[in-house]
Design a protein around this ligand. Structure first.
Ligand SMILES: [Zn+2]
Ligand SMILES: [Zn+2]
Length: 125
């Protein structure tokens, strides 16, 4: 690949915004990619900020997936164990506790389905 402006020079890379070939004189190295010097630096920086923000959002999802189910499962366990020790499996607290645990599993499955739907489709470009 040759530089878009200097056809006699070999390009060191291409601009992230316009994909044109850039020689070392035309390229502005932003650390994570190249941009046309004095032309697309701001644009490429904005692109990168957006990509990083998206990555943060997707990183946060698997953690949120667990918070509610763990809370209900824990509550359920406390009720179930307490009721079972006191009066066995016919105890009302034990039944409520099992209900909480079942509820926690349902929430977890639902969250997981929701997450797999919003996941970005990879391998398309
Ligand atoms: Zn450019
Ligand atoms: Zn050039």
């Amino acid at each position: 690949m040759r530089c878009f402006k200097h056809q006699d020079k070999e390009a060191v890379g291409s601009c992230r915004a316009c994909s044109k070939g850039l020689c070392s004189d035309c390229a502005s190295d932003l650390g994570y990619g190249l941009a046309c010097k004095g032309k697309h630096e701001n644009l490429v920086e904005t692109y990168n900020a957006l990509i990083e923000k998206n990555a943060e959002v997707y990183d946060a999802v698997p953690k949120n997936l667990w918070i509610t189910p763990i809370f209900f499962a824990f509550m359920g366990l406390v009720f179930a164990v307490d009721g079972f020790i006191a009066r066995g499996i016919t105890d009302f607290s034990f039944i409520i506790g099992i209900g909480f645990i079942v509820f926690a599993i349902i929430i977890y499955i639902k969250n997981k389905q929701l997450f797999s739907k919003t996941k970005p489709i990879k391998g398309k470009d």
